[in-house]
Design a binder for this molecule. Structure first.
Ligand SMILES: *[C@@H]1O[C@H](CO)[C@@H](O)[C@H](O)[C@H]1NC(C)=O
Ligand SMILES: *[C@@H]1O[C@H](CO)[C@@H](O)[C@H](O)[C@H]1NC(C)=O
Ligand SMILES: *[C@@H]1O[C@H](CO)[C@@H](O)[C@H](O)[C@H]1NC(C)=O
Ligand SMILES: *[C@@H]1O[C@H](CO)[C@@H](O)[C@H](O)[C@H]1NC(C)=O
Ligand SMILES: *[C@@H]1O[C@H](CO)[C@@H](O)[C@H](O)[C@H]1NC(C)=O
Ligand SMILES: *[C@@H]1O[C@H](CO)[C@@H](O)[C@H](O)[C@H]1NC(C)=O
Ligand SMILES: *[C@@H]1O[C@H](CO)[C@@H](O)[C@H](O)[C@H]1NC(C)=O
Length: 434
């Protein structure tokens, strides 16, 4: 079952290259059309959606068809009462659970009421016609997850700086958090300053900030600010983090992530040491090895810089991509395009989340001095094939035209998530640890 170490099966490579093509496409907005032609060529090599699936377990389909029973809805109505029970995150395995449809669920914001959403994730504004994806709630088996209460969250952040650090998925989590808390703050008492790599939301009355810092690999690379579309040309300084990390000093709560940018399917051009040869001195390493080196650099920085009595550190695990509809037995599907219901099969896990990368993160974090809490979103989000931006997103800074929307093979984004949507649940988890 497991691929031998260092070698990926061809199909996985094809999938990750496709994933990468899309990440690249979405990131070329700053560099214009520089590399999109190249990337679109890559896209055309993506596996056909009609790929035969062998070990199809029929249970998934059966479960997918089960509509929400009134019993489930009744369960949900009881939540408010049971919420009074003190929630203890360490005693409850929140990743074991299920998505439950609740037609009465109300998001704290919409893409019209939250002024801070990027076009990239504002799906309804971009024309998404179906709404069910907003009404699913995550219900752990062992406990009741507290609802996100913006006033309590702000109270916990009073006088503090919270910073999300990482890639565009982390930016989505940051925007979700900002939208959730801003819903209780009047317009004149909040502000958002956007920067190229550092953006700051301020809640004035609370003297609190919710910030985002862009560092897609956490460590330094030649593709941080001026994004290089062609993954072959990217070079990572796997032992250098200070250029980014100087912005992390003095923050009270840090939330990191990094995953999808390492998954180009190619070897990672890695530099370390003094590299007297200049950038030509790189070594090409397998993704898991380069990832381990990069994360160790990050971990060393945290361990040597962070005072755990003053600063709390979190790490958001990999956000799954849904590039292969055969994973959930939709043979005619085009990635996540047109999906309007989650996969309800318990423990569902597709090909877009690499467990070996997850293991690298756990093994690095295990050996750190400073405690790092995981916001383990992977399993939860695996189910949510319906939650991605799909064609209700932007391309090179513009919302997709109707013509482009009709070409999902090329344009459907099954990496990023609509807001409001799945990242709100990530923040509900995060909130329960705050
Ligand atoms: C894309 O592929 C076409 C033929 O398949 C080729 O003519 C073109 O040069 C390629 N473009 C790039 C940027 O590689
Ligand atoms: C999967 O099924 C196809 C035909 O449907 C077959 O050619 C292929 O060998 C099968 N793969 C495995 C791993 O059994
Ligand atoms: C998957 O298919 C292969 C060959 O088609 C078979 O050997 C294997 O037992 C199957 N696994 C499951 C879980 O059905
Ligand atoms: C506001 O918070 C910052 C830390 O984020 C702190 O240094 C400063 O003293 C606080 N100001 C007030 C008026 O509480
Ligand atoms: C954190 O606080 C505890 C108890 O107050 C103290 O024993 C410990 O040395 C402190 N750790 C650091 C790194 O300051
Ligand atoms: C997507 O959904 C629309 C509307 O339900 C339908 O007309 C179209 O055929 C679907 N496309 C695919 C590829 O499933
Ligand atoms: C996250 O949860 C999954 C189960 O869904 C588990 O296999 C994995 O080890 C967890 N990851 C971390 C980093 O704790």
């Amino acid at each position: 079952m497991k691929p031998s170490r260092g070698k990926l099966p061809l199909s996985i490579i094809a999938i990750v290259i496709c994933i990468f093509a899309f990440v690249g496409v979405l990131y070329t907005e700053d560099t214009g059309s520089l590399s999109s032609a190249y990337l679109l060529n890559l896209t055309s090599t993506c596996p056909k959606q009609e790929d035969p699936i062998n070990n199809s377990s029929d249970s998934a389909k059966v479960e997918e068809k089960t509509t929400t029973t009134s019993a489930e809805e009744n369960d949900l109505n009881d939540i408010d009462e049971e919420e009074k029970v003190v929630f203890e995150p360490n005693k409850c395995n929140v990743v074991k659970g299920k998505w439950v449809f609740n037609s009465a669920a109300q998001s704290l914001y919409t893409d019209l009421t939250c002024p801070y959403l990027d076009k990239q994730v504002a799906c309804v504004k971009n024309g998404r016609p179906d709404f069910d994806y907003r009404y699913w709630e995550w219900q752990p088996d062992e406990c009741i997850l507290p609802r996100f209460d913006p006033t309590t969250a702000l109270e916990k952040l009073r006088g503090k700086r919270l910073m999300f650090v990482g890639d565009s998925l982390q930016r989505g989590q940051w925007q979700s958090f900002v939208c959730l808390v801003q819903s209780v703050i009047p317009a004149e008492k909040k502000s958002l300053r956007r920067g190229r790599s550092h953006s700051v939301f301020k809640a004035k009355e609370y003297n609190a900030t919710v910030e985002f810092y862009w560092a897609p690999f956490l460590v330094e690379s030649n593709s941080d600010l001026h994004i290089i579309g062609d993954p072959k040309k990217r070079i990572l300084k796997v032992d250098s983090v200070n250029k980014h990390a100087k912005y992390w000093v003095g923050v009270d709560i840090l939330v990191f992530n990094t995953y999808v940018w390492w998954m180009s399917g190619l070897k990672i051009k890695s530099l370390w040491g003094s590299f007297a040869n200049g950038e030509e001195g790189f070594e090409e390493l397998d993704a898991t090895i380069a990832y381990r080196m990069g994360l160790k650099t990050w971990a060393n920085w945290v361990d040597s810089t962070i005072d755990p009595n003053k600063t709390r550190v979190f790490f958001t695990t990999m956000s799954p991509t849904h590039m292969r509809s055969a994973d959930w037995h939709n043979k005619k599907g085009i990635r996540c395009y047109n999906e309007t219901r989650p996969v309800l099969k318990k423990g569902y896990w597709g090909s877009g989340s690499d467990r070996r990368m997850m293991n690298v993160v756990s093994s690095v974090v295990e050996r750190m001095k400073v405690p790092v809490s995981f916001i383990n979103i992977t399993q939860i989000s695996e189910h949510r094939i319906d939650g991605h931006t799909s064609v209700y997103t932007e391309h090179q800074g513009k919302v997709l035209t109707d013509e482009q929307k009709e070409d999902p093979q090329r344009y459907a984004d099954c990496i990023h998530w609509c807001l409001p949507g799945v990242p709100d649940t990530w923040n509900q988890l995060f909130y329960s640890y705050l």
